[in-house]
Design a protein around this ligand. Structure first.
Ligand code: HEM
Length: 510
């Protein structure tokens, strides 16, 4: 106690804690229940629990509170979690100037800090628009290319015959196939088969996500100082410019020479971006960034969903034959087309069920309250200005109020529901219900409402075509009968399929 330094540090510590407490205290917020301890210091223990396994903490909150609760996800701030159909609906329809999707992305993925200011500053998110409109509209026209790439890619990675089973790690293999098939539509041949280009897209997503996860653990004012120590700057972006840049230069120069509708113009994402890009968006770096951004949102999400589906198929092999018969009968009548996929009701149901039980994260639909007065739900609950909000998607999918036997994998539950719906109601209604692409307040793998994933139509087409192709041409079984490789629970909200989990393949025997 005689040491004056100790006294000074103690006073400083008390002032810091008091300031922090004052900054975090808000009377309106006090009304929102806390998961775990509400005591000032011990609530910080929840941040540690949160980092270790957020999913359990969210499930605890869902079971205890059933509407809105908060959890100390980071040492310096609360995260708000919303549950229940009514609240989810209100969140999904709130205007952007009140509950902002964009501001939430910037908060959790500070792209300017992770990959550099010049590119991150581009506010015009043209790629969402092109995905929502041109990519979706062109799915029928581009289907033959998608199918061709699926056949070639699986031939290359599987290399199997009909006598011996080959046991392969699924996630890395599927990520390679999805990157290749997606890029057939994004950038076309030959780049979609260029190993360095594909690997850079995969690595960029991993690097950016990891760097962002680390940076956001620090308060905002410290982040610009921490970021340079954490990120590998924009190495992945520079590589993309080197590999994809010449293709884009070539498209730009053809447009300059022959106008926007030059003969032989490829029908791909580069062309669709160019159709809407203006001014500074029509430069090579800006266009490379958009393609890289699309790869970022498309490849990991789709690869995780497909890997989960393969693990589910291997663990529940009784589903294989009925789906194979369905694919065979549909293809016999209609051939391979986007429309034929719509008739594969069992395949669609299986993938939807797999997404219900394994949707990548414990939460979804991240928003930030940007209205100064906060966001008020119709029951009077107020989320304060600046709050980061999520929807408890996993707990919603596992709620027996929403699904019968919610923890049981039942691959054809949605096919049965659709059949029932057809039998009982106007069949035209069925188009919008219980399909893989249909979102609802109790089915959130793609979110729901106005920001629901615009790439889901493409993702569903790609994944269904891949799944149908595999089942038709290969026998598939678990490495150990009935055992599903365990999910990997990463820091924070993320729940990924096992990165090393294996499945056995051989060429179809019968
Ligand atoms: C199975 C694969 C996929 C899953 C599970 C998935 C899931 C999601 C989710 C949960 C959201 C956030 C919704 C919200 O916040 O309300 C989202 C947004 C988005 N996704 Fe996907 N996604 C997938 C594939 C794709 C693909 C293939 C593309 C592009 C081709 C894509 C493009 C986007 C974009 C651009 C957004 C942002 C939408 C906006 O800002 O309004 N996604 N996705």
């Amino acid at each position: 106690m005689d040491d004056p330094k100790f006294l000074v540090y103690s006073v400083l510590a008390v002032i810091t804690l008091a300031t922090l407490r004052k900054a975090l205290w808000d009377p309106k917020v006090d009304a929102i229940p806390i998961v775990g301890s509400s005591k000032f210091l011990s609530s910080y223990w929840n941040s540690v629990r949160f980092l270790a396994n957020a999913s359990n903490l969210i499930q605890q909150g869902y079971d205890e509170h059933h509407d809105v609760f908060r959890v100390r996800g980071r040492f310096f701030r609360w995260e708000y979690v919303v549950c229940g159909a009514k609240h989810i609906k209100e969140l999904s329809t709130a205007p952007e100037q009140v509950l902002s999707h964009r501001a939430a992305i910037e908060e959790n993925l500070p792209i300017r800090l992770v990959i550099g200011t010049a590119i991150g500053n581009n506010p015009h998110h043209q790629f969402e628009y092109a995905i929502r409109t041109s990519l979706t509209r062109n799915l029928h026209a581009c289907f033959p290319d998608v199918r061709d790439e699926i056949i070639c890619a699986f031939n290359d990675v599987l290399h199997v015959n009909s006598t011996e089973w080959k046991t392969l790690p699924v996630f890395p293999m599927i990520m390679g196939v999805i990157a290749r098939v997606s890029n057939r539509i994004f950038v076309g041949l030959p780049l979609c088969r260029d190993k360095a280009y594909l690997q850079n897209n995969i690595q960029f997503t991993l690097d950016v996500s990891r760097s962002a996860q680390r940076i956001i653990r620090f308060p905002k004012f410290i982040q610009p100082f921490i970021a340079p120590l954490i990120t590998n700057k924009n190495k992945g972006f520079a590589t993309a410019v080197k590999l994809l840049g010449p293709t884009i230069e070539n498209r730009l120069s053809k447009e300059r020479e022959m106008g926007p509708d030059w003969p032989g113009k490829p029908n791909d994402l580069i062309s669709w971006f160019l159709e809407i890009a203006e001014g500074a968006e029509r430069t090579t770096p800006a266009l490379v960034f958009q393609i890289l951004g699309t790869n970022f949102v498309a490849i990991h999400t789709s690869s995780m969903a497909f890997t989960h589906a393969l693990f589910d198929l291997a663990a529940h092999p009784e589903h294989l034959l009925p789906m194979r018969e369905e694919v065979e009968s549909v293809v016999k009548k209609q051939g391979w087309s986007k429309a034929a996929l719509n008739s594969m009701v069992k395949v669609d149901s299986f993938l939807r069920e797999s997404q219900r039980l394994h949707s990548g994260r414990a939460v979804t639909m991240n928003r930030k309250v940007v209205a100064k007065e906060g966001f008020r739900f119709s029951d009077g609950t107020i989320l304060p200005y600046g709050a980061l909000v999520y929807v408890a998607s996993r707990a919603t999918h596992y709620d027996e109020a929403n699904f019968e036997n919610p923890t049981k994998f039942d691959g054809f539950r949605f096919a049965r529901e659709r059949a029932q719906h057809m039998a009982n109601h106007d069949p035209t209604q069925d188009v919008f219900k219980r399909q893989m692409i249909s979102t609802a307040v109790d089915h959130l793998p793609f979110g729901t409402g106005k920001h629901a994933c615009p790439g889901r139509f493409f993702a569903a087409t790609e994944l269904k075509a891949m799944f149908a192709h595999l089942m038709l041409n290969y026998d598939i079984k678990a490495e150990v009968d009935g055992v599903r490789p365990p999910d990997s629970v990463a820091a924070g909200f993320r729940i990924a399929p096992s990165p090393t989990g294996k499945v056995c393949f051989r060429k179809r025997m019968d």
